[in-house]
Write a protein that binds this ligand. Structure first.
Ligand code: VGL
Ligand code: ZN
Length: 215
């Protein structure tokens, strides 16, 4: 019997590897617990995909999501902004900084596209499809449609922010959307992980395992 065709061989499928950057890894400014475990998994899963997109959180200094931009506020407090509640973060992924670089252990040379997000000073962007106002596009929907891609697989950091928000947006825009759950790690602040799982389920996002994609 010939082996089942790999999902990643499908030219209509893309792997989106989310924010595998120094600041989200242990020792970084917004370290995600055990975030480093995801990097070799991302390398392995990506090797099984023909199409790979990388995302990169990419904030200007003084970004609105930084607690340091709001006198008297501390990281992980929540403030109200015109587009809704905003969790305040430590300064992270500042454009051109060492913390904004991809992990030195990330090895996905065939990645075709890097989507930088969060570069508008006054809007955060967890999702790699739409900024936090839920209307400003990053261009990724158009890029994927132009390339005839209609199924999206996501992994990376953090499960409950950039991965989940990206997955929900992908599903809402008609992509068959899957999260590689064992290849993600969460921040989990203020119930964010439970909410992310509920949002993903509500949007029809399916959970898969890295073994399903790269055995
Ligand atoms: C992220 C918080 C702030 C993420 C990015 O990559 O999940 N989380 N910026
Ligand atoms: Zn950020």
């Amino acid at each position: 019997m010939s082996p089942a065709p790999r999902i990643g061989d499908d030219p209509r499928a893309v792997l989106v590897a989310v924010d595998l950057q120094v600041d989200f890894l242990p020792g970084g400014n917004l370290a995600v617990a055990r975030g480093h475990e995801v990097v070799p998994m991302a390398n392995r899963v990506a090797a099984a995909f023909r199409n790979v997109v990388l995302t990169q959180d990419w904030h200007p200094p003084g970004h609105i999501s930084f607690a340091s931009s709001h006198p008297g506020k501390a990281p992980f407090e929540v403030i109200g902004l015109p587009y809704g509640p905003q969790i305040l973060w430590p300064d992270h992924c500042v454009q051109g900084s060492a913390g904004a670089r991809f992990s030195e252990h990330l090895s996905i040379p065939h990645a075709q596209m890097v989507v930088r997000k969060g570069f508008h000073a006054n809007i955060d962007s967890y999702s790699t499809f739409f900024e936090a106002d839920r209307t400003t596009p990053t261009g990724l929907v158009g890029y994927l449609r132009d390339r005839g891609i209609d199924r999206v697989y996501l992994l990376g950091l953090a499960t409950d922010f950039c991965v989940a928000w990206s997955a929900v947006d992908a599903a809402r825009h008609g992509f068959a959307t899957h999260v590689v759950e064992d290849a993600c790690r969460a921040i989990d602040t203020g119930g964010s992980l439970a909410r992310a799982h509920a949002d993903m389920a509500g949007a029809g996002v399916r959970l898969v395992s890295s073994a399903d994609l790269a055995g």
